[in-house]
Write a protein that binds this ligand. Structure first.
Ligand code: BT5
Length: 334
């Protein structure tokens, strides 16, 4: 998207503006403004020309400009109806030197999870990859993944889904029989998929995050944070153990859902000290017995804390162990 188009969109967000005023404000010709208005109309916006100027009276349901309209974050959206993987496209953009772009697709045909696992991504979901170039060491990258999990959880809760985070970055909805040590009363909802054989125990998976980086020892060159949220999709079209917003609550306006998610993520990017406290607040893992498969072996015990930059502290029979990466399973209380 051109800077002019974004500036026109931003100017139209909360006011009626005349073409000449807009041209002057943006330092472009009236013809250039008119061209952008026509482009927005072609994308499905209804832009009325009133005596006072242009007024947006209808925003398309989904798409790049639709998400950017009213978005309070410094991000451009590149939208595709269909894509192999938004992370792959984001990696291309990152390699070209881009930053603060989000690749968004309605459907992915080659979605990826961690460790080359498949990610099912039918039409109706939210498949999003953010390109960032933070001046941080690679060791701090997990903080961005945690921030994405917090942002996703907040957006899901606003959509009426009691989402929680399983370490490190699965966003899930606990099953009634998964309430563990703390007997959380929000756990009665058991809609969505039939989950008698949940593969990653701990609840029904609503969203997953895949973070990829390129960098040197002391500096990240680029970071791609891929977020997949099962939004307006039938749980039946997802793998066993998955759920969707549609399965737990009502369908969401994806345009607004993506805005909330991206805005929350950028707010946390700008306030990194807020990430861990927020993550702890939404955690389904802390206080639970867990079994973590790490590259160095299995760690089992009670999850007692998450510490910078996103490591899990597990109280085991042999004392506290800090785990930096691995697959985590929630165990039923002994
Ligand atoms: C993840 O991997 O949870 C990270 C998923 C990231 C997906 C996003 S979508 C936008 C961006 N573009 C991409 O290509 N990827 C990112 P992992 O923890 O490895 O979980 C993968 C496992 O979850 C699979 O092996 C399945 O068991 C399960 N799974 C696959 N699709 C699912 C879905 N839609 N919902 C819930 N679980 C799913």
């Amino acid at each position: 998207m051109s800077d002019t188009r974004r500036a026109v969109l931003d100017a139209l967000t909360d006011s009626v503006v005349s073409g000449p005023a807009l041209a002057e404000e943006l330092g472009v010709s009236r013809a250039a403004v008119w061209k952008q208005i026509e482009a927005l109309r072609n994308e499905g916006f209804v832009v009325e020309s009133t005596d006072d100027g242009y007024e947006v009276t209808r925003v398309p349901e989904y798409g790049g400009s639709a998400v950017e309209f009213g978005l309070d974050a410094p991000v451009c959206i590149e939208y595709h109806d269909r894509l192999g993987s938004t992370n792959d496209r984001a990696r291309e953009l990152a390699a070209e030197g881009t930053a603060d772009v989000a690749v968004l697709a309605d459907e992915q045909t080659g979605g990826r999870g961690r460790l080359s696992r498949e990610w099912t991504a039918p039409s109706g979901g939210v498949w999003l990859s953010l390109v960032l170039r933070p001046s941080r060491p690679p060791a701090h990258v997990p903080l961005f993944t945690l921030a994405a999990a917090v942002a996703t959880t907040r957006a899901a809760r606003e959509a009426g889904v009691p989402a929680e985070i399983k370490w490190p970055n699965d966003v899930l909805v606990r099953s009634a029989d998964e309430d563990g040590a703390d007997n959380n009363e929000e756990d009665e909802g058991d809609g969505g998929a039939d989950n008698d054989d949940v593969p990653a125990r701990g609840g029904r998976k609503l969203a997953g995050i895949l973070t990829e980086i390129e960098g040197e020892a002391d500096r990240v060159s680029w970071l791609v944070v891929g977020v997949g949220v099962n939004a307006n999709v039938d749980a039946a079209s997802l793998p066993a153990g998955a759920t969707s917003i549609r399965g737990e609550a009502d369908d969401v306006e994806r345009r607004l859902f993506v805005q909330r998610l991206v805005e929350e993520f950028y707010a946390l990017r700008d306030d990194p000290d807020a990430v861990l406290p927020a993550w702890r607040e939404y955690s389904a893992t802390l206080g639970r017995r867990v079994r973590v498969e790490t590259p160095g072996g299995v760690v089992e015990g009670e999850a007692v804390d998450v510490v910078h930059p996103g490591a899990l502290v597990v109280d085991t029979d042999d004392g506290e162990v800090t785990v930096h990466a691995g697959d985590c399973e929630h165990l039923r209380p002994a």
